[in-house]
Design a protein around this ligand. Structure first.
Ligand SMILES: [Zn+2]
Length: 310
């Protein structure tokens, strides 16, 4: 269902019934989930219902990043089916199984679909130095090789990038600085950002916005909560990373899981509740956060401009 349909029905139904009702519909926050893996097998049984739940909750647009060559077609098809958008790229955790030829395939796919208005970025790409195996040779170098080559492809095709940042902020920044595109520089999102304030500021200087999601809902996430509070509002975009990074109300502990309880599945419909936590931390209204997050998202991913209702 297109977000216009939801809003259009509200406005149409209210015509002639008074301005108050009209205003009510248009004041409903419009949320953008800038990072969700709707093609994940976790959603196989109820994907359309899950997307409809998100729309009903006010999540009017989702950005679907790819993770490897095997899901390039899936994210593109789903973005068209749900009237969302997508990114193409090879995730650092998928580099181990990726072939060198996948970079050429990515280049070809970006070229083939460059005029597709729903292709809005290269991603998800980056470096993951959390998983110990990936911090050592040869996977460390292999990650860096795939990351650098994909930054070059983003430059070549004139697309923003969606970055996976896990214990890797400084190294990611090094390559971004080396390869700044001529003209306006970088655009894009540091997704699930969890670095220091200083590192955050370096990404902002390079033109990035930073993605916040379910991790911020945990009381014990002190550093992340401070970051979500201290950064300028112009820095922030919102995401769920569905089906991962469950907010605290869906999270099951290791003990609960050992007793057979499944990890809670995150989905885009959770975004407004996650946003309410962030708005509460910052002492602003959810409307203010929704509006700022929307304009920040459009700055990071300008390809969304023609896709969203005005
Ligand atoms: Zn992701």
């Amino acid at each position: 269902m297109h977000p216009c349909t939801v809003f259009g029905q509200g406005v149409g139904a209210s015509a002639g019934r008074g301005e108050g009702r009209f205003r009510h519909y248009w004041r409903m926050p419009f949320w953008i989930d800038t990072h969700c893996h709707l093609d994940a097998p976790e959603f196989a049984a109820d994907r359309a219902a899950m997307r409809a739940r998100a729309a009903a909750a006010g999540v009017g647009h989702c950005v679907l990043p790819a993770v490897a060559a095997f899901n390039f077609d899936a994210v593109r098809h789903l973005a068209h089916e749900f009237e969302d958008s997508y990114a193409l790229g090879i995730h650092p955790l998928c580099v181990k199984d990726a072939q060198e030829g996948d970079l050429a395939l990515l280049d070809a796919e970006l070229g083939r679909h460059r005029s597709d208005p729903r292709l809005v970025a290269v991603g998800e790409i980056g470096l993951d130095f959390f998983v110990p195996e990936l911090t050592q040779s040869p996977l460390r170098e292999r990650q860096e090789h795939f990351y650098r080559e994909q930054l070059l492809l983003a430059r070549k095709h004139g697309l923003p990038v969606i970055l996976h940042v896990r214990r890797s902020a400084d190294r990611l920044l090094k390559y971004l600085r080396e390869l700044v595109p001529p003209g306006d520089g970088w655009q894009g999102i540091g997704h699930a950002f969890n670095g220091s304030l200083q590192q955050a500021e370096e990404f902002l200087k390079l033109g990035f916005k930073l993605g916040f999601g379910g991790a911020v809902t945990f009381d014990r996430a002190l550093q992340l909560r401070r970051l979500a509070t201290e950064l300028p509002l112009s820095a922030m975009v919102l995401e769920t990373d569905s089906p991962d990074i469950a907010p605290h109300w869906l999270y099951t502990t290791a003990e609960q899981r050992s007793q057979g309880q499944a990890q809670g599945r995150n989905e885009p419909a959770e975004l407004p509740r996650i946003a309410a936590v962030i708005a509460g931390l910052r002492g602003i209204t959810v409307d203010e956060l929704a509006q700022a997050a929307r304009s920040n998202t459009l700055a990071a991913l300008p390809g969304l401009v023609p896709l969203l209702p005005c």
